[in-house]
Design a protein around this ligand. Structure first.
Ligand code: GZL
Length: 320
């Protein structure tokens, strides 16, 4: 009998023997990337809340943006004999070996908010948005807003090698493809953080005639956009007017910037990936029916026309 099954039976046996009628508590390991952005911190908050609501014992590990720390955490979860593992994979590649170990230990793995390049049988399902679509929505908004004027764009990319950075770039480029007046003139990673976003935007402004030649900033997340907005202001230009600002996540602070006229559009990403993940896990453990390999979350465009103050308030309690 596999180690895990034996452990589960022993737990259930103990529960029956000592009268605690409630089902054996699920133990789930969560390998989180870190806390690089407001959205990431909200995802952690919501995941812990969703686990508590369900009586799940969540073992949390913060990898501080390092894949090797995520791999170590997964190995530790396997050694502890957890019932399942949640993984928010910092980059797309390098997961096959450790996920094979989880599979051999009969521990299902669910991916949160990013995807990986690995055989699909190595994970139960992935709960993510359509990240190419997010980039396309951002690009379509800019094309509609600028119409046929010349528009030189600077791009703050997410973490190099991560699925959102690759996909959001692809989607945005699809939106401006074939439109000769739109051109990405500078593109560099800001690693999804405000600090790096500001630093890289400063270099873009210097390189582009103090920013006078820049029509728009496209940032793969709001945190880098907020950093970029700071840099634009320090360069003596008006973000949201001299340089349009479009990004992704819809964290509360981007609505504060919108209210001040300093940001123009954002594509919403829910921080609640854990709810659908735990529901899929529950169904799977009950009847071993595998869920679809992709559970897609919604993407919604917000602009200054959407009452930013009201949206900011509505975000309270949703992990922010
Ligand atoms: C996207 C997610 C990204 C967010 C960033 O699904 O992985 O990571 O857009 C976060 O804010 O750093």
């Amino acid at each position: 009998m596999k180690f895990k099954t034996a452990l589960m039976s022993a737990t259930v046996f103990a529960a029956c023997m000592f009268g605690s009628a409630q089902a054996a508590e699920l133990v789930v390991g969560f390998s989180q990337i870190g806390s690089e952005s407001g959205w990431r911190a909200a995802e952690t908050t919501v995941t812990k809340e969703e686990a508590k609501k369900r009586g799940i014992d969540l073992k949390f590990a913060d990898a501080q943006q390092k894949q090797e720390n995520q791999i170590k955490a997964i190995r530790s979860f396997i050694a502890q004999g957890v019932n399942a593992i949640l993984l928010a994979p910092v980059v797309e590649t390098g997961w096959d070996a450790v996920l094979k170990e989880a599979k051999e230990a009969d521990i299902p793995v669910i991916l949160l908010d990013r995807t990986i390049k690995a055989p699909e049988d190595l994970y139960l399902t992935a709960v993510t948005s359509d990240q190419v679509h997010e980039g396309k929505v951002a690009g379509d908004w800019l094309v509609k807003t600028v119409a046929d004027k010349k528009c030189n764009i600077v791009e703050l990319q997410g973490t190099t090698g991560s699925s959102p950075a690759i996909a959001r770039k692809k989607g945005f480029e699809e939106a401006i493809a074939g439109k000769s007046n739109f051109k990405i003139v500078r593109s560099q990673t800001g690693d999804f953080t405000r600090t790096k976003g500001k630093e890289v935007m400063e270099s873009f402004l210097k390189a582009e005639n103090g920013g006078k030649d820049i029509c728009a900033l496209y940032a793969h997340n709001d945190d880098m956009a907020v950093g970029g907005i700071q840099a634009i202001k320090e360069a003596g230009l008006k973000p949201g007017k001299d340089i349009l600002v479009v990004s992704i996540d819809s964290v509360p602070d981007i609505f504060k910037a919108m209210e001040a006229g300093e940001a123009n559009a954002t594509v919403e990403l829910t921080p609640n990936m854990a709810g659908p993940a735990f529901d899929a896990l529950d169904a799977y453990l009950k009847d071993k029916k595998a869920p679809a390999k992709w559970i897609q979350t919604e993407s919604k465009l917000y602009t200054q026309a959407d009452d930013p103050k009201k949206v900011y308030e509505s975000k309270k309690g949703l992990g922010y």
